[in-house]
Design a protein around this ligand. Sequence first.
Ligand code: AMP
Ligand code: ZN
Length: 427
Amino acid sequence: MGMVKKKSEEKPKFRSIVHAVQAGIFVERMYRKSFHMVGLAYPEAVIVTLKDVDKWSFDVFSLNEASGEHSLKFMIYELFTRYDLINRFKIPVSCLIAFAEALEVGYSKHKNPYHNLIHAADVTQTVHYIMLHTGIMHWLTELEILAMVFAAAIHDYEHTGTTNNFHIQTRSDVAILYNDRSVLENHHVSAAYRLMQEEEMNVLVNLTKDDWRDLRNLVIEMVLSTDMSGHFQQIKNIRNSLQQPDGIDRAKTMSLILHAADISHPAKSWQLHHRWTMALMEEFFRQGDKEAELGLPFSPLCDRKSTMVAQSQIGFIDFIVEPTFSLLTDSTEKIIVPLIEEASKTETSSYGPSRRSNMKGTMNEGTYSPDYSLGSVDLKSFKNNLVDIIQQNKERWKELAAQGESDLHRNSEELVNTEEKHAETHS
Ligand code: AMP
Ligand code: ZN
């Protein structure tokens, strides 16, 4: 009797494993088939640059060149694939590609030196890096991961290259439409959602009603929180909530990650940070040129003749970037340390192989199998790396400030003009 019982108990178990393996092979085949039919073809140079996509030193400008100025499209596709979002949310691949291409067109509309598709690709990769290396991806639900990547990709869509204040002062159409409140940020979300009203770009077509609504709430909150005018209040609120026993607000934590990624270039290598700064300054100076034409006073940092670039960068790092990243590391630590401890005690699957061990490798599969587990998270290195680079960048600005600023101004214009000529000859 015992044997019979044992056998009948084993049988379904055995069957389910066989079924699982068969289903796995089937899904894998379907996946490869659909990839070859409608997926995105990766040029060799793109595959090479994307090998660094998990690194803080990832060079988004190289990806942009390797992809023929399509860094955002490849970044979106790569991360949607890696996090298995395409399968999980049944996103039609053709819609995803059409949507990503439309985003790129919108980001290029105003030919901005800074707020362009490369900045969107950069922020999206940085959000990915933070989720991966803080371990926050193990705390987030799949829908929240979708919200993070999606919000980063759209967060500056159709940016005009001018500030909210410029829109308000010139009484632009968008300022009137949004009553002077987070004018650009409201437009970024609204215009991106409008794209998805076209059937061929509706990436969210197969989400349940609840998922669609939850995602929308998260995306709106996150993108609106990139408005710098809410920065100090945002930091203060999250700081205070860290003191409360059960004070962790999921949407606020996600907003902090996006906001930190958005202002992360001063924490990147000098070569990247310097290039981003020069691009942003040129964008500000072009606004200053417009302000002068319109007889309006210069906005801060917008007068190309008198702006102290190096000094202002030191101020921006001291007052904005450092406190933001310090709060980011404190918040993630508060969330992740108990998770790691709990997982190591109970030896649940989330500690050993990752809860998301099904996270897909790159298109050149076979050679790629990094450790994504919660156990491999090293918060100390994450923090120390940031602190070191920020410090080094501050030193470089101090040296430049001491040398005098005059050369720097000429450099910003020359650098951006050379890049624009380069882009023109390549398009
Ligand atoms: P976003 O417009 O969404 O990219 O929000 C980030 C904002 O932060 C930018 O528009 C700038 O106003 C500001 N910002 C980012 N980097 C710097 C910087 N290096 N110096 C001064 N302001 C910066
Ligand atoms: Zn931005």
